[in-house]
Design a protein around this ligand. Structure first.
Ligand SMILES: NC(=O)c1ccc[n+]([C@@H]2O[C@H](COP(=O)([O-])OP(=O)(O)OC[C@H]3O[C@@H](n4cnc5c(N)ncnc54)[C@H](OP(=O)(O)O)[C@@H]3O)[C@@H](O)[C@H]2O)c1
Length: 248
């Protein structure tokens, strides 16, 4: 074993031992203090606006560690401080490096540049992509993306990422206000080609308090793109399945 490996091994042991001690200490406290710690994920949010801020906060509340990033680090520091333990702020590069899972919630026109700037960090990572092409905001590139379908175009902008289209079709206020609601939950359509990435997205949608609806491979993401009949409609999972012609 090299010195470096030994050092990392020791650090790893100290970290694990520290975590175990913390868990033991927390075990004696009322469970309302902390939600699901086991299996928590490190998530990097790229674009901590309405959607990124909302979903990132729901994931922190579910026990995950989230780094928020945007073009305005001061905004992200305040956001993270307001959310509290489990939330932190960084640059997009830092957030992309921090997260084992990444959540992109930026104007679609920002995706190509981010894909180039963060190429090394996003390679091989699970990326939940909420970004929508809106022609009135993103211009001609949005029209082209809608013509091909976002499930085909986003992977071209974020090469090497294991993309799941997620949190695209419903407004952020419903995502926030209907999280963990009683009765049938808000349905969130998902499309992915990577089975493991899809599994992680399913879990994260449930952790945020919504109900995942797996539509199919990335090519089928166009069925809930901007301009489709389901876009902008807060539907239950059953209603979404029905509207998209999926098996109940
Ligand atoms: N609003 C909704 O209800 C909704 C629902 C589903 C999907 N979407 C889609 O999700 C995406 C985000 O929507 P939103 O409503 O959350 O927008 P928003 O509130 O304007 O937030 C966008 C975020 O992206 C950041 N950003 C922009 N360019 C960036 C870049 N080059 N690098 C890093 N961060 C960048 C912004 O940072 P600064 O503030 O510092 O510029 C901001 O934090 C859009 O594509 C939208 O169409 C929106």
């Amino acid at each position: 074993m090299s010195e470096n490996e030994a050092k990392h091994g020791r650090r790893g042991f100290i970290r694990i031992a520290g975590t175990a001690a913390l868990r033991l200490a927390l075990a004696g406290l009322p469970c309302v203090l902390r939600a699901a710690a086991p299996g928590k994920l490190r998530i990097g949010v790229i674009g901590s606006g309405r959607v990124g801020g909302t979903i990132g906060e729901l994931w922190v509340k579910a026990g995950h560690e989230v780094m928020f990033s945007s073009l305005d680090i001061e905004h992200d520091r305040k956001l993270a401080a307001g959310i509290g333990s489990g939330a932190r702020a960084g640059t997009p590069k830092e957030a992309a490096a921090f997260g084992e899972v990444l959540f992109f919630a930026v104007p679609y026109a920002a995706l190509p540049g981010l894909g180039r700037d963060l190429a090394a960090e996003i390679k091989g990572k699970i990326v939940l992509d909420a970004s929508n092409p809106i022609p009135g905001r993103d211009g001609d590139m949005a029209k082209a993306a809608l013509a091909s379908g976002t499930g085909v175009v986003s992977p071209q902008f974020l090469p090497g990422a294991r993309i799941v289209r997620a949190y695209n079709e419903v407004g952020y206020a419903r995502m926030r206000d209907d999280a963990h609601r009683a009765g049938e939950r808000l349905g969130i359509p998902l499309a992915a080609d990577d089975a493991q990435a899809l599994k992680t997205a399913v879990r994260l949608v449930r952790d945020a308090g919504h109900e995942p609806v797996v539509v199919g491979g990335l090519a089928r993401a166009r069925e809930f793109d901007y301009g489709t009949p389901v876009f902008g409609r807060p539907l239950t999972a059953a209603e979404l399945r029905n509207a998209l012609g999926l098996k109940p």
